[in-house]
Design a protein around this ligand. Structure first.
Ligand SMILES: Cc1ncc(COP(=O)(O)O)c(C=O)c1O
Length: 384
């Protein structure tokens, strides 16, 4: 990123980095270079691009924008969030030990336990919430700390700066999955994390029309490893998906403000509702890590979890009755979604593990979209 962009705020960078006028036509939007290969002037003399698995101008522009918005030096785009997570994990070796949060996205937990554990990577899943102390859990072979904050779906908030400080004293890499917050609301690299990973399928893309992932870091050595795996294993997004996700990135900060405003109002509404047992939202005063959330996040984000009064069946019936909220997995799009984690997104976590973690079968998760909040409240109310 040039000095000019360095001085700009994130929302400005999101619009201008990687969107410099195209040199031939002056197009203000980076074109979709829908090409697999590039003509060379002589054998081995390419004009900067050889093959689109390695590099593609549309993808590279988007990757520069991702890095700039995060405040990191290097950005890489992947075909899905899971592909990005898989790349980070592939830098580990048998015998390495990972300390991971115990309330991760179900797909991440599945990747760790069914693909990497059998390859000899050791995991301890811990509740990192609040002022958790990493020290007693570190072993001589601990290589990485993996955290999500707020977690999915219990929205527990972990102290990134505190965890990173302890980990760095032992040369341990800290990776933060920042999907729920996005770089608009939380900046893990500034707080001390080494690597930030995203499912861009969610808030960064923002319109529920692409599946993608990203890694941002300022550590050149790590970046080179990830870039090598990106090119070697090849889980890259196509140019059109890069174009769409880059377009989403440009309106991210604006959308996150509205997602957060709508979600806070919805959380307060639910908290006062007779049919609700408990509401979990980081910017509600009742949240156990409210102070930490206010310090670490610039807003509460668009995700709410709540426990309905009644059993799992009642919760399953309620989520099927909304008219504006679509009953669907995923999150972070302009449209509001409702889901039952125990049956849907987190079904890949065994029932006994879910119970241990406090993931109740009466828990419902909302991704609060950008619709008029009055309509959203009415919809939830009628579904009860
Ligand atoms: C926090 C988090 N990380 C990673 C992923 C995986 O991303 P993707 O579905 O794009 O592969 C998800 C998907 O829901 C997620 O919620």
């Amino acid at each position: 990123m040039s000095d000019k962009f360095d001085k700009m705020k994130r929302a400005t960078r999101a619009i201008h980095v990687g969107s410099e006028p195209e040199p031939i036509t002056g197009a203000v939007v980076t074109p979709i270079f829908q090409t697999s290969t590039y003509a060379q002037e002589a054998p081995g003399q390419a004009r900067g691009f050889e093959y689109s698995r390695t590099d593609n101008p549309t993808r590279n522009a988007y990757e520069r924008a991702l890095a700039a918005v995060e405040g990191g030096r290097f950005g890489l785009a992947f075909a899905s969030g899971m592909a990005a997570i898989d790349v980070i994990m592939k830098t580990l070796r048998p015998g390495d030990h990972i300390l991971a949060g115990n309330d991760l996205y179900g797909g991440t937990y599945r990747l760790f336990t069914t693909m990497f554990q059998p390859l000899g990577i050791e995991f301890d899943f811990l509740d990192f919430a609040g002022d958790f102390d990493l020290t007693p859990h570190i072993k001589s072979n601990t290589k990485m700390v993996w955290l999500e904050t707020p977690t999915n779906p219990l929205l527990k908030v972990s102290d990134i700066a505190r965890i990173a400080k302890t980990a760095h004293a032992k040369n341990i890499t800290v990776v933060t999955d920042n999907t729920f917050m996005s770089p608009a609301l939380q900046q893990p690299l500034d707080l001390g994390a080494d690597v930030v990973v995203y499912s861009t399928t969610k808030y960064i893309g923002g319109h529920a029309d692409t599946v993608g992932g990203a890694i941002v870091t300022s550590d050149e050595k790590l970046h080179q490893k990830y870039k090598t795996i990106q090119n070697t294993a090849g889980a890259v997004p196509g140019p059109f998906d890069c174009f769409l996700t880059h377009r989403g990135l440009k309106t991210l900060s604006l959308r996150m403000e509205r997602h957060s405003a709508n979600a806070l109002e919805m959380a307060r509404f639910l908290e006062s509702h007779a049919k609700v047992e408990k509401v979990i939202y980081p910017f509600l005063k009742s949240h156990p890590q409210y102070d930490l959330a206010c310090q670490q996040q610039s807003n509460g984000g668009g995700m709410i979890s709540f426990i309905i009064k009644g059993d799992a069946e009642k919760a399953a019936r309620m989520v099927a009755k909304t008219e504006i909220f679509a009953l669907a997995e995923s999150l972070g799009g302009v449209e509001s979604l409702i889901e039952h984690p125990g049956i849907m997104t987190h079904a890949s976590i065994p029932a006994e593990v879910r119970a241990e973690q406090g993931l109740s079968d009466s828990l419902i998760r909302l991704s609060v979209g950008l619709e008029d909040i009055d309509d959203l409240k009415k919809d939830i109310d009628q579904a009860f």
